[in-house]
Design a binder for this molecule. Structure first.
Ligand SMILES: [Zn+2]
Length: 151
């Protein structure tokens, strides 16, 4: 048993022998924690490059707050950031704007559609038929995901 290197470890802080782990630099992380850590790093890098904002500590604090206090998946924050960058009318110009972006109805809807699409993706390949039934599945799966994310 060893300590997880991630400050925001949500897996109990310690890595047990039966848990998948990854080594980054000198530290060991739960697989999940290493993934979050990398994704947060990517979100920050992307924000700095695309939104042209350079105060990393402020940015890091807000991204962590959204993921670990508002409990939104890091994948979702990345998705929301990409969406806002692709939609300049959303006017994401400073880190605090991430709170608004992550609660945007439009982005949440787009996210649930994407998640549902990924979830039925394997089905679609197997069935390989008309889009009609898949669309129905998308809608119901989407609704379930909305409540999962924000309850
Ligand atoms: Zn961990």
């Amino acid at each position: 048993m060893q300590k997880c290197g991630w400050t925001h470890c949500s897996c109990g802080g310690y890595i047990y022998d039966n848990q998948p782990k990854i080594r980054v630099g000198k530290k060991w992380y739960h697989e999940e924690c290493a993934k979050d850590r990398e994704l947060i790093q990517d979100i920050i890098t992307k924000f700095i490059e695309q939104v042209n904002y350079a105060q990393i500590p402020v940015l890091r604090k807000i991204v962590n707050d959204i993921i670990y206090n508002e409990i939104k998946p890091a994948e979702y924050v990345m998705f929301a950031l990409n969406y806002a960058i692709a939609h300049p009318e959303m006017k994401l110009t400073y880190p605090q704007g991430l709170y608004r972006i992550c609660n945007s109805h439009d982005i949440l809807t787009a996210w649930t559609h994407q998640v549902a699409k990924n979830a039925v993706g394997s089905h679609r390949i197997e069935i390989n038929e008309v889009d009609q039934p898949t669309t129905v599945i998308n809608k119901t799966a989407g609704k379930r995901m909305v409540s999962d994310l924000f309850e």
